[in-house]
Ligand binder design. Structure first.
Ligand SMILES: [Zn+2]
Length: 675
């Protein structure tokens, strides 16, 4: 015991020192790298060398490391709750009791193995018994009731053109297994190999249910071919970024006309959405094909597809052989991960996904001090004022557009740390040793919670991320920026650090999220969150020229041989980054009232600002994962978020005395600028 005490004390001492001096940025820099050559290497090379990717990760980055730290915190909370549960100390039906039951049922691999396929037996038998087209439709409705989209998914959304109204939304969610439509069609060798691996994955799962080798391998081909037909008529990720392309409000009769031959009314009934509810049919062309396939594809094809949808979506709650098969394709083949996360980590994630507000309350109580919220309020207010000033000054914006932009900025709601109103989980039933059913119950409850909103005023207190999440978002329809407590920790946000460091890190994140309100997508929504053009034609043209400048820069180089950032998919994120760094830099100087910032450890305030920015994106990734992200992730790869963004920022070149001709300096005429 004594031996353990010493490191504990040492840690406490280090923390106390850090309180006085903030982070030691000087020591992280690699003196063998030059800031003007490659700023990512200069700031992050030492970190990269000291932080190899753990086998259970596709990448290891500041983000993933902090997320893992947060899971350790969640484990501490959950372990304590389980002790109380076992001692009989928890109130019946309390949040803590639900957490304890869910978490222990997830850890109870013995029960999961023993039950085998029992939890999905009824559904498997029903699917196997489909012997007619009406029986097929009935089973699709039943799976839908169980929160499983089998080709069509009916949920709830805000009307894009009237953000104060909830309507139903019919989407293709859950219809495909591969990460994106394009994965079904790319002709290159790697993509072909991925499709072969996918077929093997399907076959493996089918074999585990007792199918013969031959049957299972035939099922692999059937599922891939069928999903390919469904993918053919879907929009890709870039096309889906255009909110006008996915907006088709209509009534139930309209859906029946666009996609005849399916019991759409039955689908509404299955989740108790009144048939009179208006609905957005996101992709009419897809749904027309979906209903044709209901009529024309062999019943055996549909049965294989439904069985696949069921088992692949539940694989992580079934015995290890299923989970391993899931891991092997989704993590190893697609991202290069070597081994799964330890069970407890997957179980804390499951608890966060299913009962996020219950776990989040305990998390913020322990790990998010009220002072942090106060400091964030100040940062957000200063960032907002700064963008207001920049908008007012922007000489390329007409008076009319400026007025609308300022109104929009004024209406942005910041949410910091955790929701003001917690979700009420009391209707969810959790049962010991029933992991799959527990996850299912939470999913069905979430769905019903959404559906209960129909006809009511829009709930502006709701959060789209749980408090422990290491991320942030902007919602165009809510016109809000949201920062969960999970990201408001070092190195993103450090109450002990000086302002230059906090503006460079969390300040840029705040600026990035505000920037989304004015990126290629966000700019299409007005102050009230309605899809409506508020730009004059000339301003819009100039805006598109400015965002296009950033896209062209990213499109001009290979990341891996023959592989570049995906077209216009990342426009919004790259625009967010450039807006973020520009605004945060100006907001920092605004906070100094014209005085120079302090020099600390031989680093100027501006230098610390840019180092803090780059440090946030420290990252080691497996090549498979980079490749996957380039095809599916709207964010540029971390290295380029640093390097390509800073090349456009003259203040960066000045801070490190970089000269024209240095790799980190883009010639004045070629720089992109938004504000
Ligand atoms: Zn973003």
């Amino acid at each position: 015991m004594k031996k353990l005490l010493l490191p504990g004390l040492l840690l406490a001492l280090c923390a106390a020192l850090a309180q006085q001096h903030g982070p030691d940025l000087k020591s992280i820099l690699d003196p063998t790298c030059k800031p003007c050559q490659d700023f990512d290497n200069y700031v992050n090379q030492k970190w990269k060398d000291a932080n190899p990717i753990p086998p259970a990760y596709a990448r290891w980055a500041t983000f993933t490391k902090l997320a893992q730290d947060n899971r350790e915190h969640l484990r501490t909370i959950l372990d304590a709750v389980v002790v109380d549960y076992k001692a009989g100390k928890l109130a019946r039906n309390s949040n803590d009791e639900k957490l304890a039951v869910l978490y222990t049922s997830c850890l109870d691999t013995e029960a999961i193995e023993k039950r085998g396929l029992d939890p999905v037996k009824t559904e498997l038998e029903r699917i196997a018994g489909i012997d007619s087209r009406p029986a097929l439709q009935a089973e699709i409705l039943r799976l839908h009731e169980k929160d499983l989209g089998a080709g069509a998914f009916l949920g709830v959304t805000q009307d894009a053109k009237n953000s104060s109204e909830y309507i139903a939304s019919l989407s293709a969610r859950g219809s495909l297994s591969l990460p994106d439509r394009e994965f079904y069609f790319r002709p290159d060798e790697k993509s072909q190999k991925t499709r072969e691996e996918f077929q093997k994955y399907v076959a493996k799962i089918f074999k585990l249910t007792g199918d013969s080798e031959e049957q299972a391998s035939a099922a692999g081909k059937t599922v891939l071919d069928f999903e390919t037909r469904l993918a053919q008529v879907q929009l890709n990720r870039v096309q889906r970024r255009d909110p006008y392309a996915t907006y088709h409000r209509m009534d139930l009769a309209g859906v029946e006309k666009e996609a005849p031959g399916f019991d759409w009314g039955g689908l509404f009934d299955s989740v108790k959405i009144p048939r009179t509810t208006a609905v957005n049919l996101s992709e009419p062309k897809y749904f027309a094909t979906f209903t044709q396939e209901l009529d024309s594809a062999p019943l055996e094809t549909w049965k294989a597809y439904l069985k696949w949808r069921l088992l692949s979506s539940k694989a992580s709650q079934l015995p290890k052989t299923f989970e391993d098969a899931w891991f092997d394709f989704n993590q190893r083949v697609l991202s290069g991960v070597k081994e799964p996360l330890p069970r407890w980590e997957r179980c804390t994630e499951a608890a966060d996904r299913s009962l996020g507000d219950a776990l989040g309350q305990a998390f913020v109580r322990r790990y998010f001090p009220p002072e942090a919220k106060k400091r964030m309020d100040e940062l957000v207010a200063n960032m907002r004022t700064t963008l207001g000033e920049e908008l007012a000054k922007a000489d390329w914006l007409s008076r009319e557009t400026k007025k609308q932009a300022l109104a929009k900025l004024d209406k942005i709601t910041p949410k910091i740390g955790y929701p003001s109103k917690w979700k009420n989980y009391s209707p969810i039933e959790m049962a010991p040793r029933r992991y799959l059913e527990n996850v299912q119950a939470a999913g069905e409850w979430r769905r019903q919670e959404q559906i209960a909103k129909l006809g009511k005023p829009v709930d502006r207190t709701e959060w789209g991320m749980t408090p422990p999440t290491v991320n942030a978002y902007y919602s165009a329809q809510m016109n809000e920026i949201v920062f969960p407590a999970g990201i408001l920790q070092p190195p993103f946000f450090d109450p002990s650090a000086d302002d230059a460091v906090n503006y460079g890190a969390i300040g840029v994140v705040i600026g990035h999220e505000i920037g989304h309100g004015f990126d290629d997508q966000g700019a299409k929504y007005d102050a009230e969150g309605n899809l409506r053009n508020w730009w004059t034609d000339d301003d819009k043209k100039e805006f598109e020229k400015r965002t296009g400048c950033i896209v062209d820069q990213f499109n001009s180089f290979d990341v891996q041989p023959g592989l570049r950032h995906n077209g216009r998919l990342f426009t919004g994120e790259a625009v967010g980054d450039l807006s973020g760094i520009t605004l945060a830099y100006r907001a920092y100087h605004r906070s100094l009232h014209g005085q120079p910032g302090p020099v600390i450890d031989g680093l100027t305030a501006d230098q610390r600002f840019f180092i803090a920015y780059a440090r946030v994106w420290a990252n080691n990734a497996r090549p498979e994962d980079d490749r996957l992200r380039l095809q599916t992730d709207p964010h540029p790869l971390p290295k380029y978020r640093i390097v390509e963004t800073l090349k456009n920022v003259p203040e960066f070149a000045r801070a490190f005395d970089c000269q024209e001709g240095d790799p980190m300096v883009r010639p004045a005429g070629q720089r992109c600028r938004l504000w």
